[in-house]
Design a protein around this ligand. Structure first.
Ligand code: SF4
Ligand code: SF4
Length: 340
């Protein structure tokens, strides 16, 4: 088995838990490095502390880097990874929506540009098409696709975490209709086509705004009523167009979830997949479906480790460690800079 020496560095903090110091250090350095670039290169103060106490953003960089190092072993440990992935995801969402709420009440320092936008993920694609400018979000989203594939939808999205929580109200996901994917494709075409039409039709912004609000409300309705009922993330896998875009274009990243040929098709892993990516046909073909977001919740369900992360040239363990180092660093950076 091939290992990266840095990731193989370990020591024990008690009799049963091994701290992956190599991964912890890598996450701290990567987080600090990315935030330092933001701090030096971007003119506008991006870090919140800098906005209130100019020049003090470096303290926030230190805190966020240490935080990233602290959570890395929690996510790396397969026994605690699902719980901690949920905590991280919802923590980001709560911070995101708290800043948005403060912005709505007039505290514009908590907003990215001082201007409010709807917190609807579909706008990542539809917004720039409608406006013909402001490509910050598509670039940010695209860079996550490049580094960690579709994991935007299982670690970062401020809405996806709530869909995940809703889906967990049912112990096991129920079988879904085969029309799930065609519906999502139709919604993507509608959103892109609709944004183009609205751009050139001269329809007043007040109407456009209402349409966006309606689309967002539809999403909340689906999370509350359908995801809770079916035990799957119905909003993300059949309504949100960004989920489909992430699944398709996330293939540019070399990270994959693989099922070994020795898999016995027992179906144990499919009991935890809320993304409908481990249907019997997927397991039979030894390949998770397109809707897999690399969340990693399934890896601890197979007692033989037949389902695992893969990255060219790395062992499954090293691939997972590398993936988590990048994901956790991006998460910590997002806490520092991501806001509407
Ligand atoms: S599918 Fe849409 S709402 Fe769900 S996690 Fe992805 S971007 Fe967010
Ligand atoms: S196949 Fe595994 S990694 Fe992929 S979405 Fe399902 S549970 Fe997550």
């Amino acid at each position: 088995m091939k290992t990266i020496p840095l990731f193989a560095m370990t020591s024990r903090d008690d009799a049963s838990v091994t701290i992956p110091w190599g991964a912890v250090l890598s996450t701290i350095i990567l987080t600090a490095g990315m935030l330092t670039v933001v701090q030096i290169v971007v003119d506008r103060p991006m870090l919140l502390v800098d906005r209130f106490f100019p020049g003090m953003g470096w303290i926030e960089i230190l805190v966020l880097s240490l935080y990233a190092g602290f959570v890395t072993p929690k996510i790396l440990n397969p026994k605690t990874s699902v719980r901690w992935r949920t905590i991280l995801w919802l923590t980001f969402s709560v911070i995101f929506f708290s800043q948005l709420t403060l912005g709505i009440f007039g505290f514009t320092t908590f907003l990215m540009t001082g201007v409010l936008h709807y917190p609807v993920p579909a706008l990542i694609v539809a917004g720039p098409i409608y406006r013909g400018e402001d490509f910050f979000m598509p670039i940010l989203f695209g860079s996550t696709l490049f580094f960690i594939g579709p994991a935007w939808c299982s670690y970062f999205c401020y809405l996806g975490g709530w869909d995940f929580l809703a889906s967990q109200q049912v112990k096991r996901p129920r079988k879904l209709s085969k029309w799930r994917r065609p519906k999502q494709i139709a919604i993507l075409v509608l959103v892109v086509g609709g944004a183009l039409y609205l751009r050139f039709s001269g329809i007043p912004i007040s109407i456009v705004s209402r349409l966006v609000a309606l689309f967002g409300l539809g999403g909340f309705f689906i999370i509350i009523f359908l995801s809770r009922r079916y035990g799957s993330m119905i909003h993300c896998i059949s309504y949100c167009p960004i989920g489909l875009v992430a699944n398709i274009f996330g293939k540019i990243s070399p990270f994959r979830m693989k099922i070994d040929s020795s898999c016995t098709s027992c179906g144990q892993c499919s009991m935890v997949c809320r993304y409908d990516a481990l249907r019997p046909e997927n397991i039979k073909q030894k390949k998770p479906g397109l809707s897999c977001t690399l969340c990693g919740d399934c890896i601890n369900t197979c007692s033989n480790n037949y389902i695992h992360y893969s990255f060219p040239g790395l062992s499954p363990q090293a691939a997972r460690t590398l993936f988590i180092v990048i994901v956790v660093s991006f998460h910590a950076v997002s806490i520092g800079v991501a806001r509407i």
